[in-house]
Write a protein of this length. Sequence first.
Lengths: 139, 139
Amino acid sequence: MNIGEAADASGLPAKTIRYYEEIGLIRPRRDANGYRAFAPRDVHKLAFLARARALGFSVEECRALLGLYEDETRASEDVKRLAQGHLARIDAKIGELQSLRVTLADLIEACAGDHRPDCPILADLAAGAAQGRTKGRMR
Amino acid sequence: MNIGEAADASGLPAKTIRYYEEIGLIRPRRDANGYRAFAPRDVHKLAFLARARALGFSVEECRALLGLYEDETRASEDVKRLAQGHLARIDAKIGELQSLRVTLADLIEACAGDHRPDCPILADLAAGAAQGRTKGRMR
DNA sequence: ATGATCCTTCCAGTAGATGGAAGGTCAAGC
DNA sequence: GCTTGACCTTCCATCTACTGGAAGGATCAT
């Protein structure tokens, strides 16, 4: 199976597959002509990686997950811990974004959005660094 | 005012300030010795940038915002449009993360997290690429 | 044989900094 | 006057996770 087929089968672009080989996530053997030859097992790993990346795991986390996946003697505890760490980061990110969202939505609402120059958004950016938030929300 | 002071005053690391100069966001003048000399106006711009970046605007959006801020004849409409675009991207990102969060939390909950190798998380990653989701949630 | 479509490697670029090396400058203290 | 240390300067490398493209070899269909 050449890289094109492996790409179709795994859902990853060929470029990405080459990159994953470069960083040592997979090691497909090579045909006599130098072409990469993907065994079903390789394609399976690629699909695993694609799914793990889609769930937001970092490439290094994916490496660890793949290692655990291939280790018959793994403890599910290790997998769970890894996933929990990732979940915690996602939650942190969501919280961060929701906080931004509130501030930004307030500012947008306060802005007339017409042809005049007066703008609470710019006013906040200019003053906000000092401390002022819209609507005087201060801690 | 040297870069160290400007950094303290604006809340941005000196490295970042140099970077912002490099990409043309600010143009502090130079003292005879080659040191950057920050006028209050420069520091104000840096603080503006720090706040805008903290709100998640991209550097290019910050450039545009700074341009609007300095343009007395701006229309608040333009600022608002920019901010609305950013808000939309934040909302999209939040949605994406929340979706990941649900899947991941389900998987984590299903995982015993003990010393045994059986693990629904790995099972999902291995099979998930095909289509299976935990709890058979399919569209 | 020829052209299209594969495949290969290698280099560069993306965003937004950050770290570090090598070296110039300045103010204080002795 | 000289050293020490805290500044400052530039330049280059590194990070994440790819992606784009150039140059060239291999394969396939006609």
